[in-house]
Ligand binder design. Structure first.
Ligand code: HEM
Length: 456
């Protein structure tokens, strides 16, 4: 069954309470499997030309109302604070956005712990000095359909004035949807209440829509504050974009240095991620990979940590358990449901093989555009970066950091609980180096038209 057929199977039109026809498809629609795509970053030099281009691009953006339709390609658009300003959006409106968004990702380096090799001064040009005003993403089911969609968007760009293309990056993965480390990715996603799609086993209850769509009720029972005017803010959301260079060679070398033989290396990698390469989660398959389980969305997310309080099966320090501790007992209490995020990350570079070594790393060959969507995106990413990624106190591991996405200014450790004594694996380095990023606003279709019209 294709991904689309699976979604159609779970779609209940009578349960829809959201204004799907006004919400950009990319927010609610998963990427296809396999997928190809392109990210393009645009800089607005002159407001009127920028607004005209935005208006024309908006015609190519499907709404979430089409999400059981067989789309061949779809485009999404998000805009930075500097971008809204360059497009001429009035100050009265700009100041109704969250402060972190107004400042932009680079200026939030302190809150994001983006220091040392992740610091903004070394980012790629497209993300520096407020260059990235408009981020355009096109997803397609294959290269031919991508080329057609890109040509349409480029046609609009070439016909425009006052806008400069500051960067493009192609991405894609085959039907197994694996990331540069060879792990199936984007498995666990929250279900958005009112979107009409039934939760899959293990997705727990649906999360209040206001956690993802501005103007809807959030987990607190009330909507979060929405950017003004309502025509601009309602049905939009916020996006965090972080581009990582994946040091797959350094990761492979680390596995070789600490585990004897391929099987033991696979297991150490699974302990670090929380899942095996197929996507099979450790709590359901503790000792070996299980391809059928990993490929079955009905089962692959249907687990909790209640029978693994000590982390003997899935270490507390693994990336997956850190990023969603589910029902784990945490030393520092927090509401896990307000930190849920819709992940729309994309992978680039060659498929993972075990023979890649640190000598092959660098030059931006393999990596991930880590992208997520949430109505409280900035509070969430800053919380995650400070507490769950770059510290270990919440799981009684002091300064230990996330083994996959933590910033390791000096080699760190990874703790694997074992009976009778836990194992501490040293020599963890920054396996994903940040190359740039931005805080973006993804307007509704009405919001895009409001900006394009410029009738403030
Ligand atoms: C850039 C390198 C990254 C890699 C290679 C990576 C890889 C993975 C993998 C393989 C999974 C398990 C499969 C799944 O449930 O989708 C996962 C889950 C997840 N990751 Fe990442 N990730 C990366 C970055 C991040 C960052 C920067 C964050 C947040 C700050 C993050 C948040 C999450 C979350 C929330 C989950 C789902 C946990 C769950 O619900 O069980 N990831 N990641």
């Amino acid at each position: 069954m294709s991904l689309l057929e699976k979604i159609r199977d779970r779609f209940r039109p009578d349960r829809v309470t959201l204004q799907l026809d006004d919400i950009q498809a990319l927010i609610l629609r998963s990427r296809p499997e396999p997928y190809v795509g392109i990210h393009a970053m645009l800089h607005v030099d002159e407001a009127e030309g920028g607004r005209a281009l935005l208006g024309r691009l908006a015609q190519h953006i499907p709404s979430a109302g089409t999400w059981t339709e067989d789309l061949e390609a779809w485009t999404g658009v998000a805009i930075s604070h500097a971008g809204l300003k360059a497009l001429g959006v009035p100050e009265a409106s700009l100041k109704t956005f969250p402060l972190a968004f107004q400042q932009g990702m680079a200026k939030r380096a302190e809150q994001l712990r983006d220091f040392g090799e992740n610091a903004p001064q070394d980012w790629e040009d497209a993300y520096r000095d407020d260059h990235c005003h408009i981020a355009l993403t096109i997803y397609a089911v294959d290269k031919d359909r991508l080329d057609i969609a890109v040509e349409k968007a480029m046609g609009e760009y070439r016909a425009s004035s006052g806008v400069t293309l500051v960067g493009t990056h192609e991405f894609g993965a085959d039907a197994e949807a694996k990331n540069p480390f060879g792990f199936r990715d984007s498995i666990s996603q929250p279900t958005v209440a009112g979107a009409g799609v039934e939760p899959q086993p293990g997705q727990e209850r649906a999360i209040a829509p206001g956690e993802f769509i501005l103007g809807e009720n959030s987990e607190t029972g009330a909507p979060l504050s929405i950017p003004q005017p309502e025509a601009l803010g309602r049905n939009g959301s916020f996006v965090v974009l972080r581009k990582y260079d994946s040091r797959v060679g350094a990761f492979n070398d680390f596995l070789r240095a600490h585990a004897e033989g391929e099987e033991a290396q696979h297991k150490l990698a699974a302990k670090m991620f929380g899942r095996w390469r197929s996507g099979a989660p450790l709590p359901l398959s503790p000792d070996h990979d299980d391809e059928a389980l990993g490929a079955d969305p009905q089962r692959s997310n249907d687990f909790s940590f209640k029978d693994d309080a000590a982390g003997l099966v899935c270490p507390h320090a693994s990336h997956m358990r850190r990023m969603n501790p589910r029902d784990s007992q945490l030393t520092i209490l927090t509401d896990v449901n307000i930190h849920r995020i819709i992940r729309r990350s994309s992978t680039f570079g060659p498929k993972w093989t075990p023979d890649v070594t640190a000598r092959d790393d660098g030059d931006d060959q393999r990596g991930i555009f880590f992208i997520f969507i949430s109505a409280r995106a900035y509070d969430t990413i800053e919380f995650l970066q400070q507490e769950w990624v770059n510290r270990g106190n919440f799981i009684d591991l002091a300064e230990e950091r996330d083994p996959i996405v933590g910033l390791h200014d000096k080699p760190g450790s990874f703790t694997i609980p074992k009976d009778p004594a836990r194992q501490r694996v040293n020599g963890v380095t920054t396996f994903n180096r940040l190359r740039g990023g931005e805080y973006l606003f993804m307007p509704s279709l009405t919001g895009l038209q409001w900006i394009a019209a410029g009738r403030w």
